[in-house]
Write a protein that binds this ligand. Structure first.
Ligand SMILES: Cc1cc2nc3c(=O)[nH]c(=O)nc-3n(C[C@H](O)[C@H](O)[C@H](O)COP(=O)(O)OP(=O)(O)OC[C@H]3O[C@@H](n4cnc5c(N)ncnc54)[C@H](O)[C@@H]3O)c2cc1C
Length: 333
């Protein structure tokens, strides 16, 4: 029985480990597009601040993968799936057969039509690659502009501030909320950040980023011109599932799964940040973004791929450390 897992993040690797622990004879292949060994994405901020070393980011070593008998193919992008033939196609057109398939491809930030032409001047904060580049640049950076939404944006603002940088946050909204509800935070998040010295520009939007003598020149929709040493921007954060187009796997924003983490196609499962699952209290589908979710969904999916019958129970929220104040957050609301 050949188990193929797309995505070498925490969900994919946890599933691989679960399958091997339940059946050491199973063939397990994990295909991931990043060039690094599986790492703990949620610790990138600690690594950026030098609170931990690069080795501490490692989620699974080669030795551990070998001991378990899991084959990791890193630096390989899966470009399509053909469920009727039970095959996937890699970027260089290699065709790989599976008996059971797991899609655990996470999510990532992206740019809309307005900012896409300026991509080469814009930084994301999502992967180890982004963080290594940022670590090299940061000593020369004094002023930063951040434009985006979601808790990862808030995380970035906090780390830049804690590293002594001057941060300007630009938001389309009337206030800085990061998609959180005010009652998730004791007090007012917008005022809290301003008191910490973050400049917040509301009801604005970046429309161009160009190189200039003083670093970068940023223009906004209200025709403001700002200068900065570095620009972080993203218009959305969404699941990496473009490669399932045309495969008949049902999706909304993420891949739709039942509580056993089965997709609409036989023998195909999905887990982690790329999944959309029914939430009994909300009475609707949602993306239960975050580490606790990815670990638990990886475990449940791996178990069910091995013939068990487990149901995923929603991991409600994560606790996020906001400059010493704890914030209960759902990452993808
Ligand atoms: C800076 C930062 C800080 C965070 N901090 C926290 C935190 O404090 N608490 C918390 O709960 N969560 C945090 N998170 C979120 C957490 O890291 C994610 O929820 C978790 O990593 C999701 O795991 P995953 O395995 O589903 O996806 P991922 O970790 O995103 O892994 C998916 C992998 O699949 C790869 N992939 C995508 N498409 C393809 C393809 N077609 N072919 C091959 N490979 C592909 C991706 O490159 C990636 O390596 C943070 C995230 C970031 C970016």
């Amino acid at each position: 029985m050949k188990h193929v897992i797309i995505g070498a993040g925490v969900a994919g690797i946890t599933a691989a480990r679960t399958i091997k622990e339940l059946n050491s004879n199973a063939e397990v292949v994990v295909i991931g597009d990043e060039l690094f060994l599986p790492y703990k994405r949620y610790l990138l901020t600690e690594f950026l601040c030098d609170s931990i070393q690069r080795d501490d980011l490692l989620f699974f070593s080669i030795k551990k993968l070998n001991e378990l008998g899991v084959k990791l193919r890193k630096g390989e992008y899966v470009k399509s799936i053909e469920p009727s033939e039970k095959v996937i196609k890699l970027h260089h057109n290699e065709v790989v057969h599976y008996d059971k398939l797991l899609i655990a491809t996470g999510g990532r930030p992206g740019l809309g039509l307005v900012l896409r032409p300026f991509k080469k001047h814009i930084h994301f904060y999502y992967s180890l690659y982004d963080t290594l580049i940022l670590k090299e640049k940061l000593p020369e950076v004094h002023k930063c502009i951040v434009f985006g939404d979601g808790v990862s944006c808030l995380d970035l603002i906090c780390v830049l501030h804690n590293l002594g940088k001057r941060v300007t946050y630009i938001t389309r909204g009337e206030r800085a909320t990061f998609g959180l509800e005010e009652d998730d935070f004791e007090g007012d998040l917008h005022e809290f950040l301003e008191e910490k010295g973050i400049e917040i520009i509301t009801e604005e939007q970046i429309v161009s980023v160009e190189e200039s003598d003083q670093g970068y020149k940023v223009e906004t929709i209200q025709q403001k011109t700002l200068t900065t040493d570095i620009v972080f921007a993203w218009d959305f954060y969404k699941p990496n599932i473009s490669f399932i187009e045309g495969s008949a796997i049902e999706k909304k924003l993420g891949i739709l799964v039942n509580t056993r983490l089965e997709t609409s196609e036989k023998d195909i499962y999905s887990a982690g940040d790329c999944v959309e699952i029914y939430h009994p209290s909300i009475k609707g589908y949602w993306i239960n973004f975050g580490l606790p979710n990815a670990l638990e969904q990886g475990r449940v999916a791996g178990s069910n791929m091995s013939g068990q019958n487990e149901e995923y129970k929603t991991q409600e929220a994560i606790v996020f450390n906001l400059m010493g104040t704890s914030l209960k957050a759902r990452w993808w609301r």
